[in-house]
Each structure stands twice: as C-alpha cells, then as structure tokens.
Design a protein around this ligand. Structure first.
Ligand code: NAD
Length: 317
C-alpha cells in the first residue's frame, strides 16, 4: 500500500490506528499539533517506526511542505477539536481546526493528487434520535458547536467529491472508549474521579444513551475502510451496544468497589443529545467488519489500563 499520512495520530483513536498500522507493516507519517489532547506518550512504542511532524493542519505552507516531502498516497484525517463541552464554552478552535483545517488538507491533497482521503467524522453529525437508527444517508442535524463543525467538514468533503471527483470516504463512528482516552470524556473522567476519591458527575438524570465502541474495534474498522472502502461513500461504525450514562456510572462505581454515593447528578449539558444509534449493515456487508469487544470486557480492559497508568491519568487532571 502507498505511504499513509495520519493527522491527529497522537490523539486517542488516531494513535490506536497508528499502532495497529505499524504492526501491519505500513509506512506511516503522523501530523499532529499536540494540543492539550495530543500526547506523544501514546506513540512511544512505535516512535522509531513512524515519521512525525509536529504541525497545525491550519498551517497551509507547512502542510504543503510535508506533502511535497513525504508524498503520501492515502490521508487518514483524525485531527480535530473533540470535546463537546469545550465547544459549548467557546467554538472558535472548533471552527478553525475542524472546518478550516480540513479545507486546507483537502486543497493540499487535491494539489498533490492523492489516491484516497479517509475523513473521520462522528455519529453526532446526525443529531439525536429517540427511537430507531441513523443510516449513512440520514440528514445532518448537528446539536452542539462541535457536531456542527464536524457536519460542516462532512458537507465540504461531499462537495469536493461531487465538484472535483475528489477521492474521499467519510467514516462516522459512535462513542469510543478504551486506553489512552483523555480524561475529560465520560468514561476516563469517571475513572479518574473515582481514583481521586471524588464523585462521578452525571449530567441531568443520567438517562442519555450512548452507543459504546471499543477503540481497537473502531481503529480496525477504519483500517478496513482505508484498504477496501469505496471512494465517495459514507460508512457508519457502531457497536450496537446502547447504555444509559447512569448505568455506565453505576458499573464503574461497582467495579472500583465504591458505594453508589460516589455518583452525583449535575446540571444537564445545554442542548444535550438524548440518544445516538447507528445502522452498521453497510460496513458489515461490504467489508465484513464486526466489533469484537463486548462492553463488560471493554470496560474491564479500560479500567485495568487506567489503574496501570494512574500517573498518566493524574497528570491530565
Ligand atoms: N472519541 C470519540 O468517541 C469519537 C467518536 C466519533 C468520532 N470521533 C472523531 O475521531 C477523531 C479522533 O478523535 P479522538 O477522540 O481521538 O480525539 P483526541 O481529542 O483524542 O485527539 C485529537 C488529536 O488531534 C490533534 N489536533 C487537534 N487540533 C489539531 C490541529 N489544528 N492540527 C493538527 N493536529 C491537531 C490533537 O493534538 C490530538 O492529538 C476526531 O476527528 C473526532 O471528531 C471521535
């Protein structure tokens, strides 16, 4: 396979994708700004086998220079501002990186005539749904500034596919969890709070539902799409494992041997999406991908990893 350039490869999902790729023997170049969410620790086991550029995807001259030098054939674009709560506080960085940064990558990719551009979007672009599922052609109805910035990038990519015959694929994964996730997201934040002897904050009454996908399953799906996905297509990637936030919190408290008093309800997030759920027939049928890790196993693996990496977790407080 051609040389692969991964943006956001020092992030949570991107680094899992890079580690899997190195194990498969691919030649990978990582481009990452190393924001508060990026961390080269995640790549320590593979650092001698990859090429790394510390760069902002919004820096067009630098991105152009990297493409000129590395000549990647495939781009897998993870780099983004990713935390919904931060986007509600201030959306500027989300617009810059998730929209403007994507536009710069698209233009440079077009200039150098790359073979394939795999864009990592999110299930949040569809908004929420009380019953039923989102299909790849469901309308985009983003709720938060984060989701809106991701939806804008999706639309821009679709316009490039149609207008320039640009060779892109859009991937929409559901909520990921697992090792190395920055402890601002619900599961690692809850574990960190419990490790510190503090209570887990649960929004509203904890009835909001998420579809939980273990990070190695997500990265495997993205590898299948990178290798065999059809240009111009959108692929949902979900586990079909639905959990209410309160039930996840209760499970974590129990696994860590604490009482249920370690859960506290806090004021709901403004515009909080109630439920996401993805139809995943397309990726299963076309590419034969299936998630392997069930929720109990995934949560235990995550917890064990957090306990073994307590220092890293605490350093992110
Ligand atoms: N985590 C999830 O549950 C989830 C679910 C669906 C989709 N996604 C999408 O998957 C992708 C990866 O998510 P994640 O959870 O690994 O994110 P993350 O926040 O852990 O990592 C993002 C990475 O992007 C880098 N980055 C940010 N701005 C940059 C810029 N301007 N230039 C270069 N690098 C920059 C950061 O340094 C970091 O390494 C994102 O596009 C996100 O929208 C995530």
């Amino acid at each position: 396979m051609k040389k692969i350039l991964v943006t956001g490869g020092a992030g949570f999902i991107g680094s899992e994708f890079v580690r899997q790729g190195v194990r498969k023997g691919y030649k990978i170049t990582v481009v990452d700004k190393i924001t508060y969410a990026g961390d080269l620790e995640r790549l320590k086991d593979v650092k001698n086998k990859i090429t790394l550029y510390r760069s902002d995807i919004c820096n067009k001259a630098k991105i152009d220079m990297i493409f000129k030098k590395e000549k990647p054939g495939i781009i897998v674009h993870f780099a983004a501002e990713t935390h919904v709560d931060r986007s509600i506080e201030s959306s500027g960085a989300f617009i810059e990186t998730n929209i403007k940064g994507t536009q710069i990558l698209l233009d440079v990719s077009k200039k150098y005539k790359i073979d394939k551009f795999v864009h990592i979007s999110t299930d949040e672009v569809y908004g929420d749904i009380k019953k039923g599922k989102f299909y790849e052609d469901s309308p985009l109805k983003a709720s938060s500034p984060y989701a809106a910035s991701k939806a804008a990038a999706d639309l821009l990519i679709k316009s490039y596919i149609r207008t320039y015959n640009f060779p892109a694929i859009i991937v929409r994964p559901s909520n990921n969890y697992g090792p190395w996730q920055y402890p601002e997201k619900f599961i690692p934040l809850s574990i960190l709070r419990l490790l510190e002897g503090k209570k887990i904050p649960v929004y509203g009454k904890g009835k909001n539902i998420r579809e939980w996908l273990y990070v190695s399953d997500c990265a495997q799906a993205i590898w299948s799409i990178t290798k065999r996905g059809k240009i111009g297509q959108v692929y949902n990637v979900g586990s079909s494992i639905e959990k209410r936030n309160i039930d996840v919190a209760k499970k974590l408290v129990t696994l860590l041997g604490k009482s249920q008093n370690y859960i506290k309800f806090v004021k709901d997030r403004p515009g909080h999406d109630f439920r996401y759920f993805l139809d995943t027939k397309k990726i299963k049928k076309e590419l034969g991908w299936n998630p392997k890790i069930n929720f109990d196993k995934g949560l235990r693996k995550t917890l064990t990893w957090c306990l073994e990496h307590r220092k890293w977790m605490l350093s992110k407080k």
